[in-house]
Design a protein around this ligand. Structure first.
Ligand SMILES: [Zn+2]
Length: 196
């Protein structure tokens, strides 16, 4: 899941307007950003699920550090601490929760590949509800999150700008459209397998 995370972050922005949008977008995919160098170093890997061809929802992701439940908690807490020190404790808590939301959304779609402890220490059963086994249902949910997030963001941006100048109101409209278009573009790339 990629676009769904951004959709969720846009929805959070509509409620927590003091949190910079870019920091929400960064937080929502922070686990995947930390994953990237580990993936390039072959420490975390992606394989195709048995019986699938490459494409949307066909991956088993061995992100045994960044996406372990404990690893996620550590990454969320450090992100939140830095943000709390930089902005305010409320912003820090919001951003820590947004980092953690990545794991929750991934839990819904991933096949059971999310470990409890980093490196799957102790060999505990892995988590994952596996909605990716039904790619169309997973796609629909992701589209719904993106559209709902963009609409909430758009409404909030319009409301914030309503008492300001016309140019600011135009910018709010533009930002809303941009969030929706970017979300749908990421979805389209994901569905057509450009990421897979
Ligand atoms: Zn992820």
């Amino acid at each position: 899941m990629i676009a769904g995370h951004f959709g969720f972050a846009a929805a959070v922005k509509s409620r927590e307007r003091q949190v910079p949008l870019w920091s929400l977008m960064l937080a929502t995919v922070w686990l995947d950003i930390v994953f990237t160098p580990l993936f390039l170093a072959h420490i975390e890997t992606i394989t195709a699920a048995p019986g699938t061809t490459r494409g949307y929802g066909s991956a088993i992701i061995h992100a045994d550090y960044t996406h372990a439940l404990l690893g996620t908690i550590v990454l969320a807490a450090t992100f939140g601490l830095v943000a709390g020190w930089r902005w305010s404790s409320r912003t820090g808590i919001v951003l820590a929760l947004v980092v953690f939301s990545h794991w929750v959304l991934d839990l819904i779609v991933h096949r059971p590949d999310l470990p409890l402890l980093p490196g799957n220490a102790g060999n505990f059963p892995r988590f994952g509800l596996g909605l990716w086994r039904h790619p169309v249902a997973a796609m629909l949910i992701e589209v719904a999150i993106v559209v709902a997030g963009a609409i909430l963001y758009w409404r909030a941006a319009r409301e914030t700008a309503s008492s300001s100048s016309v140019s600011l109101q135009r910018r709010a409209h533009l930002a809303g459209i941009l969030v929706l278009v970017c979300g749908l573009a990421v979805l389209a790339m994901d569905f057509t397998g450009i990421f897979g």
